[in-house]
Design a protein around this ligand. Structure first.
Ligand SMILES: [Zn+2]
Length: 304
């Protein structure tokens, strides 16, 4: 891939706002969140934000507060590094049941930890990441080939005729400012019989349906799309991919993070407050599975 990027025609994919990016039908506004309307497709039910983002979207949303955002702190993010690498390794081992490791492109690779985990399972990987600071971190601290940019900005020529046996989109696909353009580029640089591994939040999950508008993933403008597994399968088929496998990942969090979440939950009840001192028995460095019912992964294979 060259270091320069060429802007692609925005006409290639339907714009957000009223038209569904999956089935092209019209939509209607269903509720407002953080000052943006969330629309639902009248045909397939896909939810998306009523705004027209552009190339500046990724830079604005994934600014340098990525490391410091949410009060988590840079050091906490680095503590998560170990868990993210494990997450990548688990996905690498999963995909290796279906194909031999080959060339990998990790889209939205952030500081490269998940990419490093995938590489540890035999893949020859590179990444692309909109935030230059985290991309630089991946290059300088992990020695990984991570290019600063977005998939939408690139054309297949920017990849220098390279194709990839696996493209991973780990919690990335709802953030694309031009979903169809991004997937079109990805499809054209996927090797024949190559795979896409997508992990994203499930709008049709029990959690999302119970919480409704209060579901944490309804957070425009950083999140622009809310999918069900069926919608991802439909989208994949339009780009020549068929579903090979799907499931639910476990999120792993470290003891420090788990304790702060539980303290917050326990303080609402008398019994909970009695339990808070017991949390001190949990070592900060111990890892815990955190069941995420509203998250799914799906593996697709190029079939034409
Ligand atoms: Zn639709």
């Amino acid at each position: 891939m060259s270091s320069s990027v060429s802007l692609s025609s925005p006409e290639k994919g339907p714009q957000l706002r009223t038209q569904c990016a999956i089935c092209h039908h019209n939509s209607q506004p269903v509720f407002e969140k953080y000052g943006y309307w969330i629309r639902a497709c009248q045909n397939c039910g896909h939810h998306f934000a009523d705004l027209v983002p552009d190339v500046t979207h990724a830079q604005q949303v994934y600014g340098d507060d990525y490391f410091e955002g949410g009060g988590a702190g840079y050091s906490d993010y680095l503590a998560e590094a170990k868990l993210l690498k494990k997450h990548g390794r688990r996905y690498g081992l999963k995909v290796n049941k279906y194909t031999k490791p080959g060339r990998l492109l990790d889209v939205g690779s952030a500081a490269g930890f998940i990419l490093q985990g995938l590489i540890d399972t035999g893949w020859q990987g590179m990444g692309i990441e909109p935030n230059d600071r985290v991309a630089t971190y991946a290059r300088e601290n992990l020695g990984l080939p991570v290019q600063t940019g977005t998939l939408e900005e690139l054309s297949p020529q920017d990849f220098g005729n390279n194709t990839y046996d696996l493209i991973t989109f780990i919690q990335v696909i709802p953030h694309f400012y031009n979903l169809r353009q991004a997937l079109s580029v990805a499809a054209s640089v996927t090797a024949s019989d190559g795979y896409w591994l997508i992990e994203t939040w499930n709008r049709s999950s029990w959690t999302a349906r119970v919480l409704g508008q209060g579901w944490h993933e309804y957070s425009p403008p950083s999140v622009l799309h809310w999918f069900s597994p069926e919608e991802i399968a439909s989208l994949g088929s339009q780009f020549g991919f068929r579903v090979v496998a799907k499931g639910r990942p476990s999120k792993w969090i470290n003891g420090g993070h788990a304790k702060s979440l539980l303290r917050y939950k326990f303080q609402d009840s008398a019994i909970g407050r009695l339990l808070i001192p017991l949390l001190n028995l949990v070592p900060d460095g111990m890892d815990f599975p955190y069941p995420a019912e509203d998250l799914f992964w799906i593996l697709l294979q190029k079939s034409n």
